[in-house]
Design a protein. Sequence first.
Length: 173
Amino acid sequence: MLIFQPLTEIHDRRSFDCGVLALNEFLQKTARQHRDKGLSNTYVLLDEENKPKILGYFTLTFLEVESDALPATHTRKLPNTSRLPAAKLARLAVSSNCQGRGYGALMLAEAIRRVVLTSQESGAITGFFVDAKDKQAQSFYLQYGFLSLNDNHFKLFLPLASLRMLSGTLSRS
């Protein structure tokens, strides 16, 4: 059975390889330090029978976004301020030998679930952001309803209302 856990020292970070050096190095060298400093949280996807081996991971953090960067249809009802609080999917990676199994979608669903829970507790999230690294990643996020920001089509945004709706849909599948 597949499970999610916060990244800890028991997980085998060294053998993780998703094929992207920067994502591998973040997991291996930086993710736990960022967690310890309160900068972000990284969650790992594991097979319950082989817990140390990481099948994939995602990292969540918070940010402020310039309201000008958002589509006007999503800023009309928001407070008249230039900076808005939001959540960000800072990284998402699947081990090379596990790609093509739907783990990316599974991790995105878990990330969305966690962001929705956080917004219900804190109320401090206007949406969910991600920076797509290329066209393929952009297409992946667009299929789940993410919208391109005004100033950069690889910076994507999922409004809070869409997040809540998607969270309900993904949790039922």
